[in-house]
Write a protein that binds this ligand. Sequence first.
Ligand code: AMP
Ligand code: MG
Length: 356
Amino acid sequence: MYVRLRSVKTVEMGDPTPPMGRSHHTAVEYDLCAMHARTGTDVRAAAELLRAGDVVAIPTETVYGLAADAFNAEAVLKIFTTKQRPSFDPLIVHIGRMDDVARLAKELPPGAQGLMEAFWPGPLTLVLPKRPEVPDIVTSGLDTVGVRMPAHPMALALLNQLEFPLAAPSANPFGYVSPTTAQHVADQLGDRIPYILDGGACNVGVESTIIGWETGGWKLYRPGGVPVEAIESILGRTVFAPLSFGEEQGVRAKAPGMLESHYAPRKPVHVGSIDALLPAHNGKRIGVISFSTPYPVYRCEVLSPAGDLDQAAQKLFAALRALDVSDCDIILAERFPDEGLGRAISDRLKRAAVKR
Ligand code: AMP
Ligand code: MG
């Protein structure tokens, strides 16, 4: 059930003559909407809701996003409350035209232009020094802003109708597996948002790669849809992990991928060689996420029988969800090759496996 505030009025009541006199009351009117998000392909309807300061779930090539006007702090606040996302976790801002980067970023670090030309529209987020006009709520008070141009045609059509860029994290409750279909969004946020723009299943399937310029070089904050090797070949130099990445403790997380537990189903997840993990879980109903090998277990999700990492990434989150809602007791996931999209897959599985 969703309650929408329609109006607040002060009304005079009672007998106008003494000794009673008039009293003032506040009348509050609500619309009780048994809100269930409409799902459809109406880009114009989505644009109208966004102009009115509402949130809308939108398709991108990576995962579905929960979008709001990036320059409207109140609208952006709705993203945080809808997702129950902590305010320290900054949002990525999505643009539909190359020129829009200048509305968000004060300047472009060396190499940024070449990366934009090579990978936009596409799953690469650049963390750039921000202009003061970008509300603090978008960037969690950081002096940088994450920007990308999504490659999904419906997202681009929407962005190019709008007068403002869209702040959008993944359209799921904070910390859970990201959505890669409109149905995934409806299952989890359907009672909290007015509209889901349905652009079909996401064809990359894992979030964008995030890099930022720090102390004279580009650093990898999160592996994702653009392989690091491809970025390095455009830059002509190595992209390193920042100091705060990985095992370093006590340093503020800069990217969601840096939060230890993230992208996590409710069931316990273990990552490793399936044959080595199996004996420890005798007697349980076991669900397996495998790259290309079918395992004779209670339920096995083979991500790519042909051994293709791009296809595996595309299917990863749907497979995790399927095992999470199944009656398996536990999820065992294989290790993936440390190359191409395999790095993003391993990263998501590692964080899905962290005990909360
Ligand atoms: P999501 O869209 O839910 O995958 O999350 C977006 C992620 O992008 C955030 O959790 C951040 O970690 C990262 N991000 C966005 N803006 C910045 C920034 N200014 N600096 C570093 N990371 C950022
Ligand atoms: Mg997310």
